[in-house]
Design a protein around this ligand. Sequence first.
Ligand code: HEM
Length: 433
Amino acid sequence: MATAALEEPALSPEMALQVIDPAAYAEWDGLLDTFDWLREHMPVGRVDAPDGEFDSFWLVTRFEDVMRISKDNATFLNNPRPVVLNSRAGIEFAREATGSDMLVDSLVTFDAPIHPKYRKLTQSWFMPKNLKRMESEIRAIARRTVDRLVEAGGETDFVPTVSAPYPLHVVMRILGVPEQDEQRMLFLTQQMFGGQDADLSGSGVAEMTAEQIIQLVAGAVKDFEGYFTKLAEEKRAHPTDDVASVIANATVDGAPLPDRDMAGYYIILAAAGHDTTSASTAGAMMALAQDPQQYARLRADRDLLPGIVEEAIRWTTPVQHFMRTAAEDTEVGGQAIAKGDWLMINYVAANHDPAQFDNPRKFDATRSPNRHLAFGAGAHQCLGLHLARLEMRILFNELLDRIETIELAGEPRRSHSTFVGGLKTLPVRYRMA
Ligand code: HEM
């Protein structure tokens, strides 16, 4: 896009910074204000990073445009350019380290004809019918997690106590990772996905350079790969009914998965499966803690729970964007897009589009229909969406059974991240039933 014509709609440098700066995602209302303006005045706008740190890309903010791009997997590819916003330095580093623009190749970085073959391997494992087998195990994890609230004695930070560890335990169970390795996996995942946030990355460095962040993420990826390569050997020798065994013993076109692809499969499940659900769980709790009447109503009528879970997923939109690359010259929302252009489909903006949702900033537990884009759409639509909903329903049923009242005990704070984001702190005060 270096030769873009001058009359093309482009974001002001201030707005462009807001879109690419991880810290801007912690200032939620300001970010939503910007998306409101863009949707109305520049629904497909070019983002030129003021310091040239990123390649230019098109930011797409309207629900219907994000939906169309998501569903047209032939025109809008997940490969060859990165599927998540990544700096030029980051892409260069990945290329040197792996020969590919992404540090990890996985379902989200494949297109047809490879993508459907890989997706098919685990698709039925993640369907509600199969997940039913997991319910009692997930309930036991939920119970143990809520025990931690009892131990905390009436006041705690909900994120480290409940919403971060719970989905991690669940995803580690489905991957067959032994409990003693879970803390290590949590730390590594936070380094990969929380890499932009000094608190979450565990680096202890308040301001990291782009190179330092990239090194941190690359180190986490390497550790992950080493760990899961060993796990696959074990699952080949002793297969069980977990999803790790399915992947370890799978074949595509008559051959077992190459080591890098197998590790990529585990990594996408381990990583995509918990920070996301943690963010929607914490967001749901925040909405309920801010509205005691709603909490009481929900305690009395559990039929309201599925609606609350769905609205929490829309309202929080934990996966904030993905990127696509145009396979050919095309247009989006009337804007010409050239072959090879990079596009950001912004789920936060799409899920706050007033053309699709009345009063989109309101947490409305009775919202119906609630056809949101938090799980994406099309060929790459979230593989774990049934699991995410199930996990949240089971946890909230357990919380509602055992906690009579809950309120905020301090200021919630959001993580600094352009990709997967949400609350990193949610101080709550509560009374057990
Ligand atoms: C509230 C929780 C979650 C949210 C908001 C979420 C969101 C997303 C989004 C937006 C995508 C990309 C969709 C697209 O490109 O159209 C995605 C893909 C994916 N998600 Fe989730 N996710 C969640 C939970 C999970 C869980 C629990 C798992 C599994 C353990 C999971 C596994 C995956 C995988 C494997 C993909 C890649 C699918 C593909 O490319 O074919 N996700 N998710």
